[in-house]
Design a protein around this ligand. Structure first.
Ligand code: MLT
Length: 261
């Protein structure tokens, strides 16, 4: 049975297309702050902390991508929102895929930021499960010390990310790792996602190869690819203006689709 969690959320702007921003692992909603000024007046932005992350409640054990997607649907219910655009960063992208599978009618548009549709291979899966156990036993400091270097080459952003990671609860991080380890591939879902979509990819992302981002964009029926020159895994912090421009273009396409209905 799926457990219910009420997500803590922040909002910016109150008019225009509704966008829900889903951060990656093991981060929180603050990664999106740099893009918000560019979206003022064009979008109503909702920024949750995902379960087990930031200020949202922690559920122990395993947080599956479907449970996390269900939390997002619950947040939309609480806000009286039938449909929304999802912007999913990395693990937030995996959650967006689970959402698109479970609630296709509630998805109005999709931005996939530094993410990909594959499942873990066996090596990665076992590695995640082991890391989850270690974190529960020894805390998140090893993650905070090692992970930022794989996310960006910008020293200032690395320091910001380290501070965010230090705040996550070991149980929340471990549950998300176990949830990611058991997720299914979503490659076969892509051609069923009929809403306007954009793939935003950092040219130098060390986690998601550009070729995979390009394949994902070409498989999405209404997909576009935006490459952030010199960007890593954190385009919303590394190049907020270019990331926001890609989102505004998506918002425009969503608006046109809605007007035509
Ligand atoms: C993330 O940024 O959310 C993670 O790198 C995703 C992953 O570990 O697959």
């Amino acid at each position: 049975m799926m457990s219910k969690v009420h997500l803590k959320k922040w909002e910016s702007g109150s008019s225009g297309v509704k966008i829900i921003f889903l951060h990656g692992f093991p981060l929180d909603h603050t990664i999106w702050q740099p893009v918000l000024p560019f979206l003022q007046g064009s979008a109503h932005c909702i920024l949750p902390d995902l379960r087990g992350h930031g200020e949202s409640p922690v559920s122990e054990g395993v947080s599956t991508m479907l449970e996390m997607a269900d939390d997002v649907a619950g947040l939309m219910d609480d806000l009286g929102m039938e449909r929304a655009v999802l912007v999913g960063h990395s693990m937030g992208g995996y959650i967006s895929f689970a959402f698109a599978k479970a609630f296709p009618e509630r998805l109005q548009g999709l931005a996939l930021v530094a993410t990909h549709p594959l499942a873990d291979d066996e090596h990665k899966r076992l590695n995640r499960l082991q890391t989850a156990d270690t974190i529960e036993q020894t805390g998140v400091e090893t993650l905070a010390a090692s992970m930022p270097a794989s996310l960006t080459s910008d020293p200032k952003i690395r320091a910001q990310l380290q501070n965010i990671i230090r705040k996550i609860s070991p149980a929340g991080a471990a549950a998300a790792l176990r949830g990611m380890a058991e997720r299914e591939e979503s490659l076969s879902l892509l051609d069923k996602i009929q809403v306007p979509a954009v793939v935003i990819a950092g040219e130098r992302d060390s986690i998601v190869p550009l070729s995979l981002a390009a394949e994902m964009a070409s498989r999405l029926p209404k997909g576009k690819l935006v490459i952030i020159p010199n960007g890593g895994h954190m385009p919303m912090m590394e190049a907020p203006d270019q990331t926001a421009a890609a989102l505004l273009e998506l918002v425009e396409r969503v608006r046109l689709t809605t007007t035509q209905l």
